[in-house]
Design a protein around this ligand. Sequence first.
Ligand code: GLC
Length: 642
Amino acid sequence: MLPTASEVPWQDLLASLPLGDQETLSLRIERYLADLQAGLAEVYPGLDVSLTRRAVALMVRHFAERPDWLRRLDLRRLLRPDWFLRQDMLGYVCYTERFAQTLSGLEGRLDYLTELGVTYLHLMPLLATRPAPNDGGYAVSDYRMVRPDLGTIEDLRNLATRMHTRGISLCLDLVLNHVAAEHPWAEAARAGDPAKMQYFLMFGDRTLPDAYEQNLLEVFPDFAPGNFTWEPACRRWVWTTFNRWQWDLNWANPEVFFEFADLILFWANQGVDVFRLDAIAFIWKRLGTDCQNQPEVHALVQALRAVARIVCPAVLFKAEAIVAPEQLRNYLGSGRHHGRVSDLAYHNSLMVQIWSALASRDARLLTQAMRRFPSPPHQTGWVTYLRCHDDIGWAISDADAQAVGLSGPAHRHFLSDYYSGVFPGSDAVGDVFQFNPRTGDRRISGSAASLAGLEVALRNQDTSGAQLAIARLLLGHAVILGAGGLPVLYMGDEIALLSDRDYLSDPEHADDNRWLHRPRMDWQRAELRSDLDQVPGMVFQGLRRLIAVRQRTEQFAAETPSVWWDSPAPELAIQERLHPVGTLLAIYNFADRPTWLPGSTFSGGPWPRARDLLGQGLLDLRTGVALAPYQVLWLVNAEPDG
Ligand code: GLC
């Protein structure tokens, strides 16, 4: 049984605000107080009244400071709560320093992003970190300071303002599972400050760490085995899920909650629109479990989100939870947390399935996994992506594999072989990341273009191989653009940047091969983006076309329900999007050869004659449909009013 929430007086805390603000804030508090209180009561039973009052005081302070232009944005988005789910949304993710050197330099690159159609920019970690190694910025040493080599808070604020005038929102990482071992909280804890020791999970001997380890996994078995690190200065074992210099926070301590509530509101007031909740699955620990996906994670996010909804309703949460589909839906809210947690969550499964289908030239597993995949709750959506800054782990369930006649372990083994280039005939170039001898897992690093075969084709001066690789890249992107969700492009993929082996000569990165696919933006190559005779131009213009069609096609809005068809041809995936303005049929050929769909496929379908939005003209479905290697068809009714 959950503790019941008690009556909390809070009106007195608003007295310092002007009357109009009091009214706005009261209405929002009335709307979201129950969410806040229930979240807090679930995690900190018995403390909810005092904690709720403390949260209201915090919200009043930040609301008073919220700039006018952001208050207007709050109003605008309250009027259009699906703003981030519309078909004209397109994300892009990059490292500031690798894309534009600095935050002010980035302002000069906004035209490029606008040309591509970008409306949402995720800048990889940019807060002050410990000196390298720092996990690509995910070891934050000061949450209120921008990395000095990138600029200042003022630069970030200016950039955010500039971006907003172009309709581009800003997403920042919020690393809330851990801080750098050099963060002042950790320094104080190490020095024995009892209050700050409570910010972390510290143990005098191995009894509890050993008990927890029974059920814990290792995220970096290769370079950071185990989940605890001995800290000689304070003679304690410290919980360190990731690297030994990333100290896990103790969210059972309400002080940690308040630190992050304060940080969220602080950054929201600088113009941040979306917080990427990094490694959110890990923040609550429970003995006897793998300490991921615990219900308290959702209660905490619910409370944080209520705080954000009250002060800055324009702001969204995006969960980075790379977990099984059954667990993933909870990050968008289920059960008592329904409609109360994150707005977006990464669709890791789709990314994995696209690479799997490309390797096997077979879409049946993808179709099976997508059919079983939960739909997002009302007004939430998946973030779809083909590549990101992390490795690819072969998250394919044994049950899905079995359903299409495959063995899960054997297929995962095949994918690792295929993408590390050792499978006979594979033209993929990737490296194994974190081989785990215990489980046999081999995750993969490498850029989309290199994994799709472009590196090998260019090396061999194989023009038709390059054409096929480009077609694979465009097909993969078409799937993430067409699937429903907020699609996010990974920097450089739009001009087919190859993997970058320079990281090996950089001592700060050499031991982490994820830097293989974190190249510097090649602006010279980007100059070729309009040249249809050159690889960058073919990819960029191909993507532009897909994006432009998507932008004007309502059926691609994330909330459009969809079904994946049974395809008579195993290499084809067929997704039907069912919108009131008309059905859209997306057909994807995952094979490197032409294929054919007989007319009977469409006998129960929506219409006999179709128009392809991607330029193939009119098609009579009754006579069947031919597809070229890796071809994509986005079909609508040829006679919309018929
Ligand atoms: C997330 C990041 C990853 C990082 C980890 C630890 O999964 O995407 O790059 O290593 O969190 O912060």
